[in-house]
Design a binder for this molecule. Structure first.
Ligand code: 2RA
Length: 323
């Protein structure tokens, strides 16, 4: 029998992407859609009914997928768990809670046991980095990592995309810009702040990069990052510098990446536009800086890895565990 699955946040950018992926596996599940308000969702010409979340009866579902922000997850997930559903949460709400597995499919999905009612997946900049760094850690031991990110506006959801398009149009037509959805104007700009800045000056995104990577990779080496929002609609990239405990070889690394899930080794490099809609993590511009230091360019579609793909992969595991 098909699993009964609820997709909450179905009208958001991640929710819609997850729904498309789920439709490719229609034999696995019956999907019901929820959002803050009742509406109709036009998914490539198919009109789908979206129910209001406050009328959801979670006891009807085996698995509930929350493609939602932290405040919505926090408000509703407890009810879904009490009703007996298993939950995949896309938000950062309980990613660092030791009782909740933080799963990156292809890296550590074995930690998700049948007994876990709630499972978190990582941030959309973290998941691809974990895919790239995990094989390197096995080979040489990670000693120190520096990361500069280039994150698209869809990472901030549909309002982020709308703000970028609107500001770009206004700038082109010479219309004055008002304050932005982002901390500064994003059209034709870059912003070195994603999330709130703490008393030390670190952004919440930078803190997530460090803490989630430590947890997923089970390492405690220094991880330094600067997370930057760029006026790209879809696709996140990172420039990464890694220091190893042991000397490394390019051939060995390429071979390990070729065998690793999701990774595609580019001949030179790929960019966000080329990766849009492709469920891979691209590594390129691999450089041997010293026998102990590697530099690499990492790029992926942020609506897939670290978002819809991770959610759907985890939901599939939950459905398999049920059967
Ligand atoms: C962002 N990684 O890009 C974060 C959350 N999706 O804003």
């Amino acid at each position: 029998v098909k699993a009964r699955v609820a997709l909450v946040g179905a009208t958001g950018v991640v929710g819609r992407t997850a729904l498309k992926l789920m439709m490719e596996h229609a034999d696995l599940w019956e999907v019901s859609l929820f959002a803050s308000k009742q509406c109709t969702l036009d998914l490539e010409g198919r009109l789908l009914n979206v129910h209001p979340l406050d009328q959801a009866d979670f006891s009807c579902f085996d698995v509930c997928m929350f493609a939602t922000e932290e405040n919505v997850s926090k408000r509703w997930i407890e009810s879904a768990l009490h009703a007996g559903a298993r939950v995949v949460d896309s938000s950062s709400w309980r990613r660092l809670d030791p009782s909740v597995p933080l799963v990156v499919p292809g890296v550590n999905q074995q930690i998700l046991q049948k007994e876990h009612s709630l499972c978190a997946h990582s941030n959309c900049i973290v998941s691809p980095l974990a895919c790239v760094l995990a094989p390197l850690n096995v080979l040489y031991g990670l000693k120190c990592i520096h990361i500069a990110t280039y994150q698209s506006v869809s990472g901030a959801g549909k309002y982020g995309v709308e703000a970028c398009l609107m500001e770009t149009k206004k700038k082109l037509s010479g219309t004055p810009l008002e304050t932005s959805y982002f901390p500064k104007n994003i059209g034709f700009n870059v912003i070195p702040q994603i999330g709130q800045l703490d008393h030390m000056g670190h952004s919440s995104e930078e803190e997530k990069i460090q803490k989630e990577l430590h947890r997923i990779l089970q390492v405690d080496c220094p991880i330094f990052s600067t997370a930057v929002r760029v006026p790209v609609l879809q696709g996140h990239a990172s420039a990464v510098w890694v220091e190893f405990q042991r000397p490394w070889s390019k051939e060995e690394v390429q071979e390990a990446w070729c065998k690793a899930p999701h990774i595609e080794v580019a001949r030179e490099y790929q960019t966000p536009l080329e990766l849009q809609g492709r469920d891979v993590v691209s590594v390129g511009r691999v450089r041997q800086l010293t026998p102990f230091h590697l530099a690499v360019w990492v790029c992926s579609d942020n609506l897939l890895r670290g978002a819809a793909s991770d959610m759907v992969d985890i939901a599939k595991i939950m459905v398999q565990q049920k059967n």
